[in-house]
Structures are given as C-alpha cells and as structure tokens.
Design a protein around this ligand. Sequence first.
Ligand code: GRF
Length: 196
Amino acid sequence: MRVAVAVSGRGSNLEALFARLGNGDEARIVLVLSDRPDAPALDRARERNVAALALRDWRSASEWLAALEAHSVDLLVLAGFLKLVPSEVIARYRGRIINVHPALLPAFGGKGMYGIRVHEAVLRSGAAETGCTVHLVEEEYDRGMILAQARVPVLPGDNAEALAARVLEQEHRLLPAVVLAAARAGLPVAIESART
Ligand code: GRF
C-alpha cells in the first residue's frame, strides 16, 4: 500500500510510522505533505529520500490531487495535520483518509480541539481516562468512523504536558497498527481497541 502522510509540525507520528513500516514491504510512505514549508517533518522525509512537498496553498484541491495521483497514493494519513483537507480531496479519497486525534472521540473533538487544548479540556472535565483515536476523515473535523482507540489513565497530579506525552506514546503505537491493518486488508479497517 502506498501511503502519503500530511503533517503540520514536529512529525513524531511520522517518525513512528517510518520506524514501524520498516522497509515498506506491506505499506510504504511515498509522500509527505505539509501546509508549512518549515515543518520539521518535511526534513524527516527528505533524510529518507521520500518525496516531501510543502503545499503552496493547502486550500487547493487540485494541488493535493496532483500530488496524490503523481505518487499513486492508496492511503492518506493525517498525522498532526492541523488544517482542513479540501472537500474534493475527501470526496475523491473517501474511506482512504485517516486521522489520529489525541482523545477518545467523540469526546474532546471538533473545531479548535487540537494540541494541548485537548488535554487541558480533559483535565478540566475531571475525566479519569483519556486516550487516542484513529478514524476515517469526513468533511467535518473529528467525525468519521472510528477505526481504533487506545485508553490512557489520567493520573493524580497530571498537567496537560504530562498527559499529552502519555497519550502520544499510544498514538505512536496505534497509528502504525491501523496503517498495517489497512495494508493487509487493502483499505482502512477497524481494529481491536487497545488498553495500556
Ligand atoms: C498528535 O498529538 C496528534 O494526535 C495531533 O497532533 C499531534 C501531532 O504530533 N493531531 P506529531 O507532529 O506527530 O509529533
């Protein structure tokens, strides 16, 4: 399966994918895209001789589609991509775009719920557990079929940074597992949720 990964920032999930997919026999990252030309994740791709593209305009469906088609992409993974993917791209690749979110959706999702804000909201709510979710991407933020979740306890004395780090560890495990399951099935499928 030929995989494209879209990122906005540091790219630790991208790194986890590179590590887990190994030599790419089952699933191979063939393209990394970013809305930010200075995203460190683009360098992580270049270091591995993987095509790295800074989108000139992330709102432009034709720019996305040209890149995805040029690299014969089967699966698009949003790994810390903070902008909305153009709806024409979602329509063309429906069922073949996945996202990782750092909470147990449908809780703590939706517009404005990203990064540290998610974990701050979890702590404010007093929830005893949180986690991460991999789901299919639809036009609305954080909607779409849930493919897998991993649960993470909220511990006494946690701050948002500590919680984010504990959740991120699970993202690094869960996202590659979903990609490999998709490669084996030929398209994204739900896999059993994991408990830490
Ligand atoms: C992750 O927490 C992901 O769930 C969220 O953004 C963060 C990206 O981290 N959507 P990284 O760029 O993969 O390190």
